[in-house]
Design a protein around this ligand. Structure first.
Ligand code: KDG
Length: 312
């Protein structure tokens, strides 16, 4: 396996209409969760990914698991939890720049994961562990599990990739800042957005943020700048890689997960960091053109075409 990740995937209901969701009567049912968005992105680019989680022993949990498995993700470490339901969320697309997310996930099956859901032998089969800052926000047991997964993976020599994925609805500012900084100090590679950097360090200048994340412990920081692209920082160099122009953004949710998939895919292929960031920018941009977190994730040939047609 190339990459292992863990976290909650939910059933996603999206109104068929734009505007206020209170007027929506028909919804399409999809599935989404930062870690499986990322995992499916990687699988579509030809990599092998394993996902650790729990879903409810209910109809939607069964559909979700079949779906993720059908996208080529190894789900041998996903368990059905008979005691709790599969999490659900709604995505209200009032318009492409005004999107609200409503969670119905408290006490969900995935929030009941513990360190016992981690299998050391399974983790050690991969080269990278992808950690999202959403999982430690789900519950105290998930927070402990996240820290244990990082400890285990580091001991086995995996590279830890961390996307802070700040979700303010899930925890208090103090809890979020403390835990995300702790994880940042243990990650090898960190993929923050500027607003997450500002939340963590009270600083919005990209150069200063890059240095702050390096000082916190990361060896490589890729700071996401939205449509401007991304700026990477190592102790030896830093470089801004411009973003791709997108004619019409339909749904930006999930772009960060696509970005992470593109970037890790580049590293798995042995690309120089700059080229991996170009792939990340391209995948992130392509995700925004389609409604849904995963529906716009491209295959390898699509990315190549997009970069040639739109790129530098
Ligand atoms: O990055 C997109 C995710 O935020 C979305 O898929 C839902 O995982 C999700 C979450 O917890 O918000």
């Amino acid at each position: 396996m190339d990459v292992v990740t863990f976290g909650e995937t939910m059933v996603l209901f999206t109104p068929e209409s734009t505007g206020l969701m209170r007027y929506a009567h028909t919804f399409s049912r999809k599935f989404a969760g930062s870690e499986t968005n990322f995992a499916i992105g990687l699988a579509r680019l030809g990599h092998r990914v394993g996902w650790i989680s729990r879903v409810g022993d209910d109809e939607l949990g069964k559909a979700l698991l079949s779906f993720v498995r059908g996208e080529g993700i190894d789900t041998s470490c996903v368990r059905f939890d008979p005691e709790a339901p599969t999490g659900v969320f709604f995505k209200e697309l009032r318009n492409a720049s005004d999107i609200n997310v409503y969670y119905y996930r408290k006490g969900s099956a995935a929030s009941r994961m513990t360190s016992a859901d981690l299998d050391e032998a399974y983790l050690s089969r991969a080269r990278f562990l992808f950690v999202s800052g959403i999982t430690p926000a789900l519950s105290e047991n998930c927070r402990e599990m996240t820290l244990d997964a990082i400890r285990m993976a580091k001991a086995k020599g995996l590279t830890i990739v961390f996307d802070p994925n700040l979700r303010r609805k899930l925890w208090s500012e103090e809890q979020a800042r403390e835990t995300l900084l702790t994880i940042a100090s243990q990650a090898d590679i960190i993929l923050p957005g500027v607003s997450e950097g500002a939340f963590l360090f009270g600083e919005s200048d990209p150069h200063k943020l890059g240095q702050l994340f390096l000082d916190a412990g990361a060896k490589l920081v890729v700071l996401k700048l939205g449509k401007a692209g991304a700026h990477y920082f190592t102790p030896d160099e830093n470089r801004l890689m411009p973003g791709f122009h997108v004619e019409r953004v339909v749904d930006p949710v999930g772009a960060g997960d696509g970005f992470a998939a593109g970037f890790v895919s580049g590293l798995l292929d042995g690309l120089p960091i700059a080229d991996a960031v170009v792939r990340a920018n391209a995948v992130g941009a392509m995700v925004t053109m389609v409604n849904g977190d995963i529906e716009g994730l491209p295959e390898r040939s699509d990315v190549k075409r997009f970069i040639e047609a739109t790129g530098e």
